[in-house]
Design a protein around this ligand. Structure first.
Ligand SMILES: Cc1cc2nc3c(=O)[nH]c(=O)nc-3n(C[C@H](O)[C@H](O)[C@H](O)COP(=O)(O)OP(=O)(O)OC[C@H]3O[C@@H](n4cnc5c(N)ncnc54)[C@H](O)[C@@H]3O)c2cc1C
Length: 392
């Protein structure tokens, strides 16, 4: 077995499979490690935005059409009351992570990455990793794409994330209702929302929001399920969602973090797959260039530069988030969303990747009554958990 690699990628989700694909296509010797045996499922709504599709298209990695269910109707609610429907919006797609992740992994292996799925990692050392069976692999660069609980992030920074600052989500699979529209419910969770995603084999229902502000999330999920008329005895699972606290320095020298391991989930929409794919690609490119220049340690500098626009987008989303979710301004935002087709269209254009956050931020600010600006400042502080941790 080969034990010396230019690049080791830990985690074969969208970020890791993409990184392995791009690096292997560039001619690097790549090992792709994941503890799971694929195909494997992952707790996720499987909403694929236009932004995500364009990242996949840029890699010639679009999934076959039967892996995607197309949706042209989307309905918005707040606290059980309809906020409006979008019928002429950019198309959204739904998929399952069982199929999408397997598809990306297959492309990475086809490109030449060594398949180390079904393998656990025991330890990360200087320029080497040890697998659970004791095998030692050496690397010139390492990409940690091992999700929200990243052991690569822990190795570099002591902790994968700050529990007080990120999100948590609950999800379940209900019986299929393929003709239902996609439904988004603001207010189903604090500083977050609920979703109902109808797929051919099941309907994915979930709620997610800031972990520290949702101590009652399970009860809120039960209420949401009952509001949607879902059966009572569904199996509910939970998972951390790394949004609102992305890593400004995503790595160290020749060790980079991508996807959830770098905290790259959108704090408003909860979208993470597209950003995982983009960051996996950029991390692999930075490593390829750093190795070609004979300077592996320069990988982080190159990666940070390439990630700049995505980091700026997430920063702007963090600024807009209080307007949408805080107690002071969320009723106003709900009214804006209800009354203004433009506001709903802009939100959808954002998901489609047609506009970026500054445009949405400007639109919202332009319509925000001045008296509410004071509330926005207060609520920016409120994005941090309250001292009592009791939620808002
Ligand atoms: C409930 C929920 C719903 C969501 N819905 C959506 C949605 O609809 N649309 C969207 O765009 N995003 C959604 N997200 C976010 C999205 O799931 C993530 O952003 C995305 O999976 C990130 O991809 P990744 O490759 O970084 O990490 P992951 O997909 O988490 O992949 C990490 C991989 O690393 C492997 N791994 C971890 N540790 C180790 C280890 N020690 N050794 C070996 N392997 C390891 C894991 O097995 C896994 O395969 C949702 C998240 C949650 C929790």
């Amino acid at each position: 077995m080969q034990t010396r690699f230019d690049l080791i990628v830990l985690g074969a989700g969208p970020a890791g499979a993409t990184a392995a694909l791009v690096a292997a296509r560039a001619g690097l010797r790549v090992a792709l490690i994941d503890r799971a045996v694929f195909p494997r499922d992952k707790l996720c709504g499987g909403l694929i935005t236009g932004r995500c599709l364009s990242h996949l298209a840029a890699l010639s990695a679009l999934p076959p059409p039967d892996m995607l269910t197309r949706h042209d109707r989307l309905v918005f609610y707040r606290d059980g009351a309809p906020l409006g429907e979008m019928t002429d919006s950019p198309t959204l797609h739904l998929t399952t992570r069982l199929s999408l992740d397997h598809h990306l992994l297959a492309l990475a292996l086809e490109a030449g990455a060594a398949d180390l799925t079904g393998t656990r990692l025991r330890e990360i050392g200087a320029g080497q990793v040890t697998l659970e069976n004791g095998t030692l692999l050496t690397f010139s660069a390492l990409i940690g794409a091992d999700g929200v609980q990243s052991i690569v992030a822990r190795h570099l920074f002591g902790a994968a994330f700050d529990k007080a600052k990120i999100g948590f989500a609950l999800e379940t699979e209900a019986p299929p209702a393929p003709h239902d529209p996609i439904r988004i419910d603001f207010g189903a969770a604090h500083w977050g929302y609920g979703w109902r995603f109808p797929k051919p084999g099941s309907t994915t229902i979930g709620i997610g929001g800031l972990h520290a502000r949702n101590p009652q999330m399970r009860a809120d999920m039960m209420r949401y399920l009952s509001e949607l008329g879902a059966p009572k005895a569904l199996r509910i699972k939970g998972h951390f969602l790394p949004f609102g606290d992305f890593r400004r320095i995503p790595g160290c020298g020749a060790i980079l973090l991508a996807g959830d391991a770098a905290g790259l989930v959108d704090p408003i929409t909860g979208e993470g797959i597209g950003h995982a794919i983009l960051s996996g690609r950029l991390a692999a490119k930075a490593v390829t260039e750093a190795l070609a220049a004979g300077a592996p340690e320069s990988a982080l500098r190159r990666y940070r530069h390439a990630l700049g626009p995505l980091h700026r987008g997430l920063h702007h989303a963090n600024l807009l988030r209080p307007l949408i979710f805080s107690d002071q301004t969320s009723p106003y935002f709900a009214r804006l969303f209800h009354d203004s087709t433009t506001a709903r269209q802009r939100y959808m254009a954002l998901l489609a990747g047609e506009i970026e956050y500054p445009e949405l931020l400007l639109l919202t600010l332009r319509r925000l009554p001045l008296r509410l600006l004071r509330g926005v400042r207060i609520s920016r502080r409120a994005a941090s958990p309250p001292a009592s941790g009791s939620g808002s």
